[in-house]
Ligand binder design. Structure first.
Ligand SMILES: C[S@@+](CC[C@H](N)C(=O)[O-])C[C@H]1O[C@@H](n2cnc3c(N)ncnc32)[C@H](O)[C@@H]1O
Length: 373
């Protein structure tokens, strides 16, 4: 061994940092925890990767319109409801409702459901989908005209939309101008049609922008001029607004008409009555203690995980289009359950004194304490 090599080897041995000791301790506690819980875990071989992720929704009518990447697969929700043998007399809750996969699935099975969701984008998707269930034939015809005639192209007016620090420069000048014309032109329609046109707009924002939703944030294409980092990123085709909107409207129209060619339209057994579906806007930390006792029979949910994922960044284009400004964005970020460094600790006991027992379990949990440390 040369002198340099042996120096390097001894450096590697002696440089055990405090972090390494923490990591070792965490690893040991983690494996002890896994061992303790192993007897309670069960492998369900009837589930596969496609069914447990959003992937399966990509071809599913209604669910395919808006890519809520963290969304439940409708098949998974159906699987759990059926396995539990839940009947239509029960009420289901999803306190982290997202774009509403749990709620719509329950409703299709005749079960009443209640959702709570903090981000306005998920709630707007849910609202527009619900509206479409009761669309009049006139409103439907108007949508078809928008798809075929593209009235925004000849329209003269423009309506500005909010631009946030993290969304500036997201669209080409051409696409940005077309969005403004579209927003102005839709004002001549009634509220129902406007809501569905907005839904179509939300559904295409990513594909007509220089960005891609990527884990913790929006990733910028090199053509935006906002690209940093060692490796330039090219997201591939960036759609023109005038192509993207009619395509999305076509998808919506054909799904609502039940003429989708995917063949999956009737994936849920038809039931006579659809379950009532309601959604509360705001933080579930605040809203859950306000629910009546014994008003819920079943909870199916997928909370935000302990990682650095920040929904307000990933969905920034949509939030800006909904008029969320920097102040509102910050407020949403603080209310969100997340593990980002920007988030503040929440006064949970102030929200609900009855949470003392679960909180003390968390506070005394050694693995959690070591990780936080
Ligand atoms: C993993 S996603 C759930 C997706 C959902 N299962 C679906 O199918 O669309 C978690 C959701 O929790 C929401 N969320 C985060 N903090 C929240 C809070 N304090 N109150 C209510 N919802 C919150 C996020 O906006 C996100 O939509």
């Amino acid at each position: 061994m040369t002198k340099n090599m042996s120096d390097a080897a001894s450096d590697a041995i002696t440089h055990i940092t405090e972090d390494d000791i923490f990591i070792d301790k965490i690893a040991a506690l983690d494996s002890a925890l896994e061992k303790a819980y192993k007897p309670f875990m069960r492998v369900d071989n009837t589930l596969n990767r496609k069914i447990v992720s959003f992937q399966a929704n990509k071809t599913l009518p209604f669910y395919r319109w808006y890519k809520y990447k963290e969304g439940f697969s409708a098949h998974l929700v159906e699987h759990y409801i059926r396995r539990r043998g839940v009947d239509a007399t029960k009420k289901l809750l999803d306190p982290f409702a997202g774009s509403g996969a749990t709620l719509f699935c329950a409703s299709d099975l005749g079960i009443d459901s209640l959702g709570i969701e903090l981000l306005p984008i998920g709630r707007r998707i849910i609202k527009a989908r619900r509206l479409l269930q009761h669309f009049s034939s006139d409103d439907f015809e108007t949508l078809i005209q928008w798809k075929n005639k593209k009235p925004w192209i000849e329209h003269q007016g423009q309506t500005d939309f909010t631009v946030l620090k993290i969304t500036g420069g997201a669209y080409s000048q051409e696409n940005s101008g077309l969005i403004k014309k579209f927003l102005s032109c839709m004002q001549k329609e009634n509220e129902n049609v406007q809501n569905v046109l907005l839904l179509a707009l939300f559904c295409i924002l990513e594909s007509i922008s220089f960005t891609r939703k990527d884990g913790q944030y929006l990733r910028w294409d090199q053509r935006s001029g906002r690209c940093w980092g060692a490796t330039p990123f090219n997201k591939g085709e960036i759609q023109n607004f005038n192509d993207a909107i009619p395509e999305k409207l076509e998808e919506i129209i054909s799904d609502v008409k039940g003429e989708s060619e995917s063949g999956l339209f009737n994936f849920l057994t038809p039931v006579v009555r659809k379950g009532e579906l309601s959604i509360i806007g705001g933080s579930c930390l605040r809203e859950l203690p306000r629910l009546d006792n014994n008003s819920i029979d079943l909870v199916i949910t997928s909370p935000p995980y302990c990682n650095r994922y920040d929904y307000t960044r990933t969905y920034a284009l949509e939030l800006a289009m909904l008029g969320v400004d920097e102040t509102k964005l910050l407020k949403l970020r603080q209310e969100m359950l997340s593990c980002t460094v920007e988030n503040r600790e929440k006064n949970l006991l102030g929200l609900n004194p009855a949470w003392i027992a679960p909180l003390s379990i968390c506070n005394n949990h050694e693995l959690l304490r070591q990780i936080l440390k």
